[in-house]
Design a protein around this ligand. Sequence first.
Ligand SMILES: NC(=O)c1ccc[n+]([C@@H]2O[C@H](COP(=O)([O-])OP(=O)(O)OC[C@H]3O[C@@H](n4cnc5c(N)ncnc54)[C@H](O)[C@@H]3O)[C@@H](O)[C@H]2O)c1
Length: 270
Amino acid sequence: MSHPFDYSNKRVVITGAFSGVGAALLEVLAELGRPEVIALDIRRPEGPISTYIETNMGKASSVAAAADKIKGPIDVLFNNAGIAATHPLEDVMAVNWLGLRQLSELMLPKMREGGAIANTASIAGGQWPAHLQEVLECISLETREELFGWTREHAQLVGDGYAFSKECVQVYTMKSAKQTLARKVRTNSVCPAPIDTPLLPDFNKTMTEKTMNWTISQIGGTIASPRDIAMALAFLGSDASRYVNGVNLNVDLGFNAFMTTGQLDFSGLA
Ligand SMILES: NC(=O)c1ccc[n+]([C@@H]2O[C@H](COP(=O)([O-])OP(=O)(O)OC[C@H]3O[C@@H](n4cnc5c(N)ncnc54)[C@H](O)[C@@H]3O)[C@@H](O)[C@H]2O)c1
């Protein structure tokens, strides 16, 4: 029997592997057995991959063309690409949410039984319990036009789009886990706290440096490395998590736990 974390005979698709978490994931997977890796990104990753398909996750035609080029069976799909709200709202929703859903749905028929989908969400998307019905309504919309119309009608809830796009990913993870399980494929997400990646300066702009630094201070002052998140993704994609489905795994050194139990110190935010 193979090691539960072994990737050696697997075929893996990763979005957003040029930098940050995705680039670290390439290294972690290489350590875990060097699977065949098909990378979808706007930029060609420099790490260990087998195939690069230039793909704009924010463009439906580009995602469809990429999915078409991928021959099954695929063991693991890592939906990791994402952008910050330094980009226009519609681009944020298109890359972080619509592209992720589209690729998941197109890949599911090509996935092997026992396979897994692992999404990169965020702790920023953790506020969905306050408005679950609206998020469910939003993720059920099929077309871009419907979605963009809905976001305009719910401008206050949607805000700059980043946190809301990650709420969509978290709720979709739970909802789609039922459909993917019917095909014996698990679906889970990681929800990271701030990570030291090229995206961080963008978050410092959109969420303010003060808020980002305060968040990190509440978990002991050490920011997550891309590898910290990549290891959790590798776990969710591996057979080691074969009974884990529909889970949004906070990879945040306890930030959410401290929030839920009233142990955050907000004085530094005033
Ligand atoms: N950095 C953080 O603080 C943080 C915190 C929580 C969650 N996340 C999430 O982690 C994931 C990875 O981000 P990161 O921090 O490694 O940032 P990053 O900018 O280093 O990586 C993003 C990757 O996505 C690719 N990408 C960007 N736009 C794309 C597009 N339109 N189509 C295809 N690929 C595209 C980039 O080329 C890059 O490889 C994202 O989903 C992000 O939202 C990041």
